[in-house]
Design a protein around this ligand. Structure first.
Ligand code: NZQ
Ligand code: ZN
Length: 385
């Protein structure tokens, strides 16, 4: 196992009707900015619960954070923050809203010229406003990690800082009942790929991390399709298991002490930035191709994945790997997400432009061995056609 330091400061309140906890978690004298997206929280009753919970607080609101939040939108919150001396952010929504709140929090106290440099130049965040989160879409793990992804003019870039980890997060599986099938699929697949990025690398004998990861993968494979099935989709225990899996997939626990890959995500970001493909759908297209192109380097973990997650024990190793990749693609198909670039109308002639963007964003040595060069990314994209 590799050396690691692990600290996850986010207090989780999990379960039905827990939104009232915000009243205790946010200091009574705070000036709160509630940030949210395009209005789903107004139609599913979450907004009303937030309003009730904040009765004794001074609060303001900022709405309109879009999926794949844009720098331009997020910067508009700065004026409200200055004008009203905001000192606490409450993010209410999915990963885009929570990520957006993180950028707003860091930008508010940024001392340089342009907060975009936090992403473009990876300038470390020195201070940020405190954040709490009410999660409405289980997917990203953003509610208890320090990551954020922001888009500016087609450039989708990540930053990470422990200073923007939410202080608390409220996870009520009931609020996920209003999600569309597309968002349920996206969430399950995103969480699945988060686990894979931290699991499917090389063996360092991280037994605890591996078995946690395998448990999360199996839970998502079991419960994901049930959340799309009309007979079972309203079952709260299914939603609860998906919600907790998604948080655990990217709260730092399974990634501590093990190598990590993240090439699927970095290549996927270019598909969202350039073509507007939903985040999870970029991952379901790229991951199978990464598994195929890197099957030699990932051999040992691919066999372990085949045996422990898919229970493939009869064949030789190469056949096990083939079947495990096919079963992963089949799982994505059952979750109604694409597995090829042609499924989203991206053709071969677009690959040059994607490679150019990867180069421009410094994504030239990806993967757990930093050996996914632009040439290897081209191979991955070509195989994904
Ligand atoms: O904007 P509203 O009206 O709220 O609607 C949203 C949005 O249209 C809707 N939605 C959310 N909760 C709902 C709901 N609709 C009905 N009922 C509910 N309960 O769903 C749509 C998508 O929301 P979004 O927040 O964009 O989805 P998701 O949670 O999948 O977040 C995706 C973003 O997170 C980033 C992605 O790149 C993308 O920008 N990621 C963040 C990560 C992190 N912070 O660690 C890691 C991930 O890999 C990912 O990159
Ligand atoms: Zn993701």
């Amino acid at each position: 196992m590799l050396n690691f330091s692990f600290h996850n400061p986010t207090k989780i309140h999990f379960g039905e009707d827990q939104i009232h906890f915000v009243a205790n978690e946010i200091p009574a004298d705070a000036k709160v900015l509630v940030v949210y997206g395009g209005g789903s929280i107004k139609s599913n009753g979450v907004y009303e619960q937030v309003v009730n919970a904040l009765t004794d607080h001074t609060w303001f609101e900022f709405s309109g954070i879009e999926p794949n939040p844009s720098y331009q939108t997020l910067m508009k919150a700065q004026e409200l923050i200055q004008k009203n001396d905001i000192d606490y952010l409450l993010a209410v929504g999915g990963g885009s809203v929570v990520d957006g709140a993180k950028f707003i929090a860091a930008a508010a106290l940024y001392e340089g010229d342009d907060p975009w440099d936090i992403l473009a130049k990876q300038i470390p965040v020195k201070s940020a406003l405190p954040i709490g989160a009410i999660l409405t879409l289980p997917a990203t793990g953003s509610e208890s990690n320090g990551n954020s992804v922001v888009t500016r003019d087609g450039n989708k870039l990540p930053f990470s800082s422990s200073l923007v980890k939410p202080q608390f997060a409220i996870l009520d599986p009931k609020v996920t009942l209003s999600l569309s099938d597309r968002q349920i699929s996206n969430g399950v697949v995103d969480a699945f790929v988060h686990v894979m990025e931290q699991y499917l690398t090389y063996n360092v004998n991280g037994k605890v991390q591996d078995r946690f990861a395998e448990g999360l993968l199996q839970t998502l494979i079991e419960e994901g399709p049930k959340a799309l099935n009309p007979d079972t989709k309203e079952h709260l225990d299914i939603r609860a298991n998906i919600m907790w899996s998604a948080t655990m997939a990217l709260n730092g626990l399974i990634g501590a002490g093990v190598p990590q890959d993240w090439s699927t995500h970095m290549i996927g970001h270019e598909l969202t930035g350039g073509f507007g493909i939903d985040h999870a759908r970029t991952l379901s297209i790229i991951l199978p191709a990464v598994m195929k192109v890197k099957r030699h380097e990932k051999h040992e973990k691919l066999v372990q994945f085949a045996e422990r997650v898919w229970h493939l024990t009869d064949d030789n190793d190469e056949a096990k790997i083939d079947k495990a990749i096919a079963l992963t693609e089949d799982f994505f198909t059952r979750m109604n997400v694409p597995t090829r670039l042609s499924d989203v109308d991206i053709t071969e002639e677009k690959i040059d432009g994607i490679i150019e963007k990867l180069a421009q964003h410094g994504m030239v040595e990806l993967g757990e061995h930093q050996d996914i060069t632009l040439e290897v990314s081209r191979e991955i994209l070509t195989l994904a056609l």
